[in-house]
Design a protein around this ligand. Sequence first.
Ligand code: ARG
Length: 465
Amino acid sequence: MKLWGGRFTKTTDELASSFNSSIKFDYKLYKYDILGSIAHAKMLGKCGIIPLHEAELIQDALKNILENIESGIIKLNGHAGDILAYEDIHSFIESILVSRIGDVGKKLHTARSRNDQVALDTRMFVKDAINEIKSLLASLGSCLVKLAENNLDTILPGYTHLQRAQPVTLAHHAMAYFQMFRRDIERLSDCYKRVDVMPLGSGALAGTTYPIDREMVAKELGFSSISENSLDAVSDRDYIMELLSCLSIIMMHLSRYCEELVLWSSHEFGFIEMDDSFSTGSSIMPQKKNPDIAELVRGKTGRVYGSLAAVLTMMKALPLAYNKDMQEDKEALFDAIDTVKACLQVFTGMLSTIKIHGERMYNAARGGFTNATDVADYLVKKGIAFRDAHEITGKIVLYCIKTGKTLEDLTIDEFKIFSPIIQEDIYDEINLEKCVSGRNIPGGPSRGSVIASIAKAREFLEQIK
Ligand code: ARG
């Protein structure tokens, strides 16, 4: 069952063998391993390295194996059955091939090493994962655009230092997250370019003496280019760390949003209510409705950061070229991909079902002096220097705090205590709707600015489809 028994006189210690084996996790690469082998066999035949009819026999048998795995005839449950007796997915597939077509199957590995094979399989796996994650991000993007469109006039306080700062709209807030996830999509597209490089032909480390056609294999497998240095190609795991960095940033964005949603669904904020279908209860406190999903997404962020740290640390100080340490890249990579996919899916479901309490949001904006900057700006428009206007407004706010009033509650006489310049038109200026609509510069929270940003967002989502 081993691919390398010839040089050995003793069998491998059982503990060492199971410690060394990667099949319990790299079975996930089966499809890419088989597709890569089919392309390799086709190329070997075309280049006359093995007879054409044998190359065809190998390809047909491999296609059959793939079908058998997908239909469950060959079981690939990484935790059970005799598949665990194999060292890795590469030897497993090759062994089945040889058991089915005999000696011809033994020719498949001509001009190839598991080092370039695993590099190929993992790159193919990552390419598909990137596309899947991009499309999940796009679904989340559509959900955010809808949320924004439905809440163009829903005013809530914008915060700095988690202190009420200036009024914004829920649409503007949702579109802020849209920007983050748009950048995540762009980062993944950029990462994809560096993953999309075909390493096969690099052999174990120094290429091969067979007259292979690397470009043909790249074309067969849908790669844009071939790797330029065999030593690098078999030992490069940059693209994994790059993907894990992208995934870590996605999780950081999700986690920030989750944190806000957890806060917003608290009784103290009361800005939103999670749908029952995305909430959980307490085993002891009958009144509880907990935002577990948001908390769990926030919590899983650490797990993805952990994967990035693990691979960065594993690669550090490895001499060229391949070292077995690199086998440790897979569990971290697979886990991070599964985690991000699950989080994006559940987060989008949760977000699309939240109930918005617009009145609570509005009252919070009203009660938090979020229009104080607009009082100062009003004074500036009347000819007072901004620093002085800031000072006067600060005193007005202090007065409001002492008397338990909001700025718009003050009478004109009360305003005049602080500056005789203030007139009736102040009320129009500090009305919350006006504070938002007045911020109509590109990128601002006004209805028009947000509609423009939504239009661009829709265009972006359309073009990445
Ligand atoms: N399971 C191995 C890995 O993931 C495959 C490559 C094995 N190569 C070797 N020289 N032992 O890295």
